[in-house]
Design a protein around this ligand. Sequence first.
Ligand code: AOF
Ligand code: ZN
Length: 361
Amino acid sequence: MGRVGEQAAMERALAIAVQGWGRVAPNPLVGAVLLRDGEIVGEGYHAAFGDPHAEVAALESCDDPRGATCVVTLEPCAHEGKTPPCADALIGAGVARVVVAVADPNPAAAGGIARLRGAGIEVSVGLCETHAAALNAPFLFCASRPDRPYVALKLATSLDGQLADATGKSQWLSGSEARAFVQWLRAGFGAIGVGRGTAVADDPLLTVRGPLEPRRPPTRVLFARDGEVPRRLRMFDTDSGPVVVVIPHSRVADVSEAIVNKEVMVMGADSLTAAMESLRRQGIQSILIEGGGRLATSLLDEELVDRLYWIQAPRWLGTGTPAFTRAPISLDAAESWQVTERRALGPDTLLVVDRRLCLQV
Ligand code: AOF
Ligand code: ZN
């Protein structure tokens, strides 16, 4: 194997960090690689909430970390949290240099960079920072925005942007790889949301049913702007995790009365912005919206979407249910988003597109 540079080591650290998806939230995904003379001599990642941090896992995997460079996706912590400070562990282990992708915006944990430098360790910050900021977009967003959850939209469409054919059929537009990806994706979000149209048309369970079992089952959220909610839906099964129905305040009493499962929480909110604020107050830090087109359009119109996971199936449907039905936006006024990832999911294509990433703390 050729020599591994710091860039390649950071890419490796970012790749292994993802293995904590669904298990570490609301903590960030963090990976660390120990490098000596162009060779990887240790690596680790934060595998589960409360478990050792990435740097400590990497140090534990290494016979002799003295003089090595630690390449890590997030600033090493300086706090005594569920585990002792990583900055102290790195100092104690005698590493010579630390390369950090992004600073930690969590005031309780930050300060590791200064502490390392104070101990005479060379620290460089910013390598692969865009990739690292995309990796932890929900964590970084929540640190600077206490008002609402991080909102991601997941849509599977045809080549011509339809969510369903002209008869309303959408199962299965995308293939099995894309569906497996969605199960994995769900596991890392605090909540999964749908609009009333989708809830009625598809009656989805909205549970996580892939091989990755989430640390906590995501809360399932039904957004019913018109306040019309069926008495029974499959997603109202609270044995599979908490359920919230969001409706206008004026409908709360009636709907609470009507829904058969009394454990379903009925939340009054007169706009999507107000709904998101209430969800954050309930402790939800990230939500994956899975449709339909009307909810997706309203969220975009209200500037409530931070990321789009767009699965494009290579089929034509002509007319059907369009993903978006927005008012015209002139090219001069059109906001540019940033493609963070392009990936094949079997025959389908995944595009991850970010509105803006939080880099500054
Ligand atoms: C690191 N390395 O691998 C992670 C860090 O709840 P605790 O005690 O585990 O602390 C979590 C906080 O520590 C988290 O919010 C973030 O600021 C930082 N996470 N830091 O040095 C890691 N996961
Ligand atoms: Zn730490």
